[in-house]
Write a protein that binds this ligand. Structure first.
Ligand code: ADP
Ligand code: MG
Length: 708
């Protein structure tokens, strides 16, 4: 890797490849610009004449950046983004030359032949029309890479009959729901100035970095993103010396490149540090509107992977690349803010006097309590099953951490119906004259809570590292919209507003206090206590999926126009299918590796041991060959166990693959195939500790994690 020491001002390159507000203001005719702003605000519909002008300017701008193609960039239910590229060129003219063109129609609507994307029965392949529609609330950008430069237009993806086939459509619908209901609520509370509410999101992204040459020797990583075999290295994360440790040069150079790429795309990459596990890191951007944050998080994941290749590295986004070592997740920081800059989750200095905040807070408690199952489901993904509830990520039980100050206010509300005081933050005294003393926050942090109040936002910490954050925000926006709507219904119909408000805050707090938990979420006691409180503990994805289309869920999502029942049913189907398919790939990868790499390597080693026994004895009849013989015995025993487990896994995987898609198949993969996979892994990991390292067919955990 050649050293690149280029220094630049981040502000100069930030957003240089984005068709952002500044560019639009500069390039679009004033009237068109103003019309577009109104459309983005949600006040007007887009007409073709306006779209034509915007498309033309967008194209001119993109061509100046070297773009030859454009693409409708969308997010089908595969968890990643999809795109189909079209060149700007038109049919050659008589003189043989071409023009570059891009019409309003092409900007607004695309029709990818997208029949192969998961639709969960919403479309049969014979009626495979799917449309992409321009989402003008997320700015277009030019992506420059080995494929050249491409104008990427964020779009929603729907079926011919208008059903959502993607992550963006429901997200936009849920943002409208939370906007509408929150506006209703703050108007009731006397706010006359704000005109729009935005759900804001800042996702913190964790990832692993390994050496690409070593990665390429691990078929499990290549096919499934995680290691399916691997004994623990002598050193793990027990020393906590990697967390926030100095970033090594090779990784630092990589991060530098990642930041540069992201800044050019207008992604405000802000924080980077080493994480708990060896070779694990984190990147967090500055928060943005939920829609932009979801798009940007996809760009972050793409960029992390792409740039790694240029540095001879490989980025692992899987939730659990290594067994026995912390996995990766995503913390979804969420808040609701007004267009005039008020964060509605800001408690102020004396939260007990802030009735609007107390109403909002207790409504959120209600939302999370009533729909804990849906939030859990939103974090369900195949890889995340290895984390949730496994003593590292938050537990699979949803609870809310409020911190000392708010919990105290809540207690006062519940016991006396009134809160009269707020615990104040105190001075932090360092005890060293030359160090400053400062005010500390009124509330400490709790790292074990899945849903924690952190000052002026909630942090939902359950999402998996490779998952889209869209679904979690769809759920958050919608359940909060519902709780607000129900509160407004009560308040709008009351004869004594103040009394009704007071009663409602107390009622919400009392009825939903069971969801509040400030203790250690990783402890065994909490599992018992949560059970006593009647909180759901859904430990696997397969058991989380049904929450999507319960009667309660259908009522919620249909009420706010976020999902129809048909859309929810389709998502249930897709998730079961995805689950079974992914585990099936893992099982087949294990079979492949065990049969073609591990068993042959172990046989070779046994041959070496056997010939060593006879060679040594031939040379010296009295020599002690008990070590070789003992090893040969042990290795052969484990080899036989491996072969037996392999045969069983082969049979079960074949049986699973032949089953009809749906819940029964998914359950079979979880209960039968996964168990058989474990049974195969066991003897292999023991063998790895016995067989000559030179003969082991792939790099070890230690090689991967400590030799980057
Ligand atoms: P932590 O200490 O948990 O890492 P940070 O202050 O670094 O917290 O913030 C983590 C993420 O939360 C960042 O992406 C940040 O931009 C985002 N964030 C901060 N304030 C808000 C807010 N009001 N709403 C949504 N996200 C926010
Ligand atoms: Mg955080």
């Amino acid at each position: 890797m050649e050293e690149c020491r280029e220094y630049y001002n981040a502000a100069d390159i930030f957003g240089e490849n984005v068709f952002n507000d500044a560019v639009m203001q500069e390039r679009l005719p004033k009237k068109v610009y103003q019309r577009l702003k109104e459309i983005i605000r949600g006040g007007k519909e887009l007409d073709l004449a306006t779209a034509d002008v915007i498309a033309h300017e967008m194209k001119e701008w993109a061509i100046e950046k070297g773009a030859t193609h454009y693409t409708h960039w969308f997010q089908p239910m595969t968890g990643v983004t999809a795109e189909k590229h079209d060149a700007f060129i038109t049919a050659p003219m008589e003189n043989g030359r071409v023009l570059m063109s891009f019409s309003g129609k092409e900007l607004i609507k695309g029709e990818p032949d997208a029949s192969s994307f998961p639709s969960g029965g919403l479309r049969a392949t014979f009626e495979a029309r799917g449309y992409t529609a321009w989402d003008c609330t997320s700015p277009a950008f030019v992506r420059q890479d080995a494929a050249g430069a491409t104008l990427c237009i964020p779009t929603a993806f729907c079926s011919y009959t208008g059903e959502a086939l993607d992550q963006k459509t429901p997200l936009l619908r849920s943002m409208e729901a939370v906007n509408e209901q929150t506006m209703r609520l703050i108007r009731l509370m006397g706010n006359k100035t704000s005109r729009k509410i935005t759900a804001s999101v800042g996702p913190e992204q964790e990832y692993f970095i390994v050496d690409r040459a070593k990665y390429l020797k691990r078929k499990d990583l290549i096919f499934t993103g995680r290691t399916l075999f691997g004994a623990m290295p002598p050193k793990g994360q027990e020393m906590d010396d990697h967390y926030f440790g100095t970033i090594r040069e090779r990784i630092a150079a990589y991060m530098r490149d990642v930041n540069k790429e992201l800044w050019k795309l207008g992604v405000s990459a802000k924080t980077q540090h080493n994480e708990v596990a060896p070779a694990q890191h984190e990147l967090a951007p500055i928060y943005a509107s939920a829609n932009v944050a979801v798009d940007h998080n996809q760009l972050v994941m793409e960029t992390l992977k792409k740039v790694a290749g240029r540095h001879g590295l490989q980025c692992l986004l899987h939730e659990k690349p290594f067994a026995g070592v912390n996995g990766s997740g995503k913390h979804n920081n969420w808040s609701i803010t007004t267009d005039d800059g008020i964060n509605l989750l800001d408690p102020g200095v004396t939260p007990h006097e802030n009735f609007q905040f107390l109403l909002i807070l207790t409504c959120i408690l209600k939302a999370v309590d009533v729909h804990a199952d849906l939030l859990r489901e939103a974090a369900a993904d195949v890889g995340n099953d290895h984390r949730l509830g496994a003593n590292e990520a938050p537990p699979a039980i949803i609870s809310v951490y409020l911190g000392e100050q708010l919990e105290d206010v809540l207690k006062q509300l519940i016991s006396t119906g009134e809160a009269t005081r707020s615990i104040a933050g105190s001075m932090l005294e360092t005890g060293v004259k030359t160090l400053p003393d400062f005010m500390k926050d009124a509330t400490d942090r709790n790292r074990t809570s899945p849903f924690a109040f952190t000052g002026n936002k909630f942090e939902f910490r359950m999402i998996g590292s490779q998952d889209s954050i869209a679904q979690a925000n769809v759920v958050l926006n919608t359940i909060v919209a519902e709780a607000f709507a129900e509160a407004c219904d009560v308040l709008e119909n009351s004869s004594d507003f103040e009394l009704a408000l007071h009663d409602l805050i107390k009622k919400n707090a009392t009825e939903h206090q069971r969801i509040v938990f400030n203790g250690n979420g990783y402890s065994e006691e909490w599992v018992k206590e949560a059970k006593r409180r009647g909180l759901p503990n859904i430990t696997s994805m397969v058991d989380a999926i049904p929450s999507l289309n319960t009667e309660k869920s259908v009522r919620l999502f249909e009420k706010f126009g976020v999902f129809t029942k048909a859309e929810l049913d389709s998502r249930v189907e897709i998730e079961y299918e995805t689950y079974a398919k992914k585990i099936n790939i893992e099982a087949r990868a294990m079979i492949d590796i065990a049969a073609k790499q591990i068993i042959p390597a172990v046989i070779k080693y046994t041959t070496v041991l056997a010939s060593s026994v006879s060679a040594v004895q031939a040379a010296c009849g009295t020599a002690d060959t008990s070590v070789q013989a003992g090893l040969l015995n042990e290795v052969s025993f484990l080899l036989a166990e491996t072969k037996g487990a392999l045969t069983k896994l082969e049979a079960l995987a074949a049986k699973g693959a032949a089953m009809e898609e749906g819940r029964t198949q998914a359950v079979f993969y979880r209960d039968q195939v996964m168990k058989a996979m474990e049974a195969l892994r066991n003897p292999v990991d023991k063998l790895e500790m016995l067989v000559d390292k030179e003969m082991w067919p792939m790099p070890s955990y230690g090689d991967l994690m400590f030799e980057v």
